[in-house]
Ligand binder design. Structure first.
Ligand code: F6R
Length: 234
């Protein structure tokens, strides 16, 4: 595991974007596993800047996102599909039909999880997976549990995650309580993993990287992956 300590969110974002861009340069038709939330916004801004300058070309790239809230239309600004379209996809030269997320509006979340699992497998999984981390150690939306999950599944969000997510929702907007997420098994199959964690994640990063490997701290499983780069802010 490589740990890169940076001095600011901006520096963390530039370092992470560099690793994603390097992956695309090495394999122009690669599959990038992407995350949402506040942590990757700066990384995506940097990738947009690099794409505008012609330093990276996404025309052959495919993307698979970690998760999507249940019950939100793709046109809902709080949905992860909307977030990805606005924050990254519509600002780079990627073909939108090469970008994949679970469908949060599917009638049957279990069926949709199976469909997305098959989709991820068909693409061969992610060459590089970008991750953020929750204050409780979740990656994707794999919450602390008694076991490590394997495949894409519906997850009931913990109250602490719902509270954390609510900061991004406006007054009167209902914060979803369930999501469809890749499992820990999907994440661990990625060729490379890049985990970005801002200064507010110091304690949980310490626990996940140096504590015991346990599903009670889902990110601790990353200690067992062969190619992880963690980029933190001091
Ligand atoms: C989002 C995701 C989550 C977030 C985590 C941290 O796709 O999978 O695991 O990475 O909740 O969120 P932020 O970055 O908003 O602190």
């Amino acid at each position: 595991m490589r740990i890169i300590q940076t001095n600011s969110y901006e520096e963390m974002s530039v370092r992470a974007a560099g690793l994603l861009a390097a992956q695309v340069l090495l394999k122009p038709g690669c599959v990038l596993g992407l995350a949402t939330g506040s942590s990757p916004v700066g990384t995506y801004q940097e990738l947009i800047r690099m794409c505008e300058k012609g330093l990276v070309d996404f025309t052959q790239v495919k993307t698979v996102n970690l998760d999507e809230y249940c019950g939100l239309e793709s046109t809902n600004p709080q949905s992860y599909r909307y977030f990805m379209n606005k924050t990254l996809f519509e600002q780079i030269n990627i073909d939108l039909s090469n970008t994949y997320l679970p469908d949060g509006m599917a009638q049957d979340a279990a069926e949709e999880s199976k469909r997305y699992q098959a989709q991820v497998e068909k693409l061969g999984g992610a060459d590089l997976q970008l991750l953020g981390i929750g204050q409780n150690g979740h990656i994707g939306f794999n919450e602390p549990n008694d076991f490590f999950t394997r495949d894409v599944h519906e997850e009931k969000l913990t109250q602490s995650t719902i509270n954390a997510n609510s900061r991004l929702f406006g007054e009167g907007e209902t914060v979803p309580t369930t999501a469809i997420t890749m499992g820990i098994g999907n994440i661990m199959k990625a060729g490379k993993i890049v985990l970005i964690a801002g200064a507010d994640k110091k304690d949980i990063i310490e626990e996940a990287l140096y504590g015991p490997v346990t599903p009670k701290v889902p990110a601790s499983v990353l200690q067992l992956h062969k190619d992880v780069t963690v980029i933190t802010v001091q």
